[in-house]
Design a protein around this ligand. Structure first.
Ligand code: ADP
Ligand code: F6P
Length: 319
């Protein structure tokens, strides 16, 4: 393996820069030429590609976002788009490709792998929605960002004796709501994986108020109805003043936590080693604190199990 490329694709996530740095520096350490591809598969199709040196990834390990930029590219989903990409890879002499992103990005990589380009995927998304790995890069940072906001909302909530609904991201996965609900001491957690009952939520709020609780936090994963409508309903049923905070894209930014930087550094290094070993169509993950790699098709076929234990514990601890 003499030449590889690296790209970030899909939604960005804190820690992507640390992963890029690890790929570039590991490759150079082993005398492999490394190209940075801008804006994911869009840059690959359009030849937006530059060679990276040791200093091109200096001063980025602590930065959110991705220096390579990212995009969602519809054209790459077509055979024509993929053929364009294969042609560009040939022009640049790129034999191996590291893609950093989520399941869509991995599906794209698998197509290139089947066409003869050696590919390795690194999981980068705040959603933690990839079943084959315990954690994705960016999730821990997003959880900590949300926790910081919960603490702030809690201050004002306590002063006013209010309930607060905090809506967080996650697409179809409730992990951000679940982890922050447990770590932030929320009264209730509403996630796509568990059907919710508004009467139970309200009962808990009323019980809490009657035993002197000064505030209540309800974590809501995005996509489950309208947070503001839910707030109105809760206010009507409980007579507790209720406010709504939709955190939005603040969850995707910020300096990555130590956990995400270390995870990204380890995964970036391993991605290059797998390519050097001639592996292709693999994705890297972390299971029980050990790095693993797995066939992309197999990884994408695993269904994510919802962590019921954490969900029930959150409920028990908020009586
Ligand atoms: P994520 O990687 O975070 O899941 P997306 O689902 O938006 O994000 O996918 C990122 C990009 O991966 C898409 O914009 C597209 O370029 C590529 N991709 C997604 N699905 C496919 C597919 N079925 N075939 C080829 N490329 C795909
Ligand atoms: O996949 C990451 C994510 O932030 C999801 O949690 C969210 O649903 C989506 O991306 C938002 O996408 P966009 O940045 O395109 O609005």
């Amino acid at each position: 393996m003499k030449t590889i490329g690296v790209l970030t694709s899909g939604g960005d996530a804190p820690g992507m820069n640390a992963a890029i740095r690890a790929v570039v520096r590991t490759a150079i350490y082993y005398n492999i030429k490394v190209f940075g591809i801008e804006r994911g598969y869009d840059g690959l199709i359009n030849g937006s590609i530059e060679e990276m040196g040791l200093s091109s990834v200096g001063d980025i390990i602590h930065r959110g976002g991705t220096i390579l930029k990212t995009a969602r590219c519809e054209e790459f989903k077509t055979k024509k788009g993929q053929n364009k990409a294969l042609n560009i890879l040939k022009v640049f002499g790129i034999e191996g490709l590291v893609v950093i992103g989520g399941d869509g990005t991995f599906t794209g990589a698998q197509k290139l792998s089947k066409a003869g380009i050696k590919t390795v995927g690194i999981p980068g998304t705040i959603d933690n929605d990839l079943a084959y790995t315990d954690y994705t890069i960016g999730f821990d940072t997003a959880v900590n960002t949300v926790l910081d906001s919960i603490s702030k909302v809690r201050d004002t909530s306590t002063s006013h004796g209010r309930a607060n609904i905090i809506e967080v991201m996650g697409r179809h996965c409730g992990d951000i709501a679940l982890y922050t609900g447990l770590a932030g001491g929320a009264e209730s957690v509403i996630v796509p994986e568990v059907e919710f009952n508004i009467d139970n939520i309200c009962k808990k709020l009323i019980q809490g108020k009657s035993r002197g609780k000064l505030h209540s936090i309800i974590m809501l994963a995005e996509g489950i109805g309208n947070a503001f409508e839910l707030g109105k309903q809760i206010e009507e049923i409980t007579d507790i003043e209720t406010r709504v905070t939709v955190l939005g894209h603040v969850q995707r930014g910020g300096s990555p936590t130590a956990f995400d930087r270390i995870l990204a550094s380890k995964m970036g290094g391993k991605a290059v080693e797998l390519l050097m070993d001639g592996k292709s169509g693999r994705v890297i993950g972390i299971k029980k604190n050990e790095l693993i790699d797995m066939d992309i098709d197999e990884a994408l076929s695993i269904e994510k199990e919802f962590d019921k234990e954490k969900y029930e514990l959150t409920s028990i601890l908020s009586i």
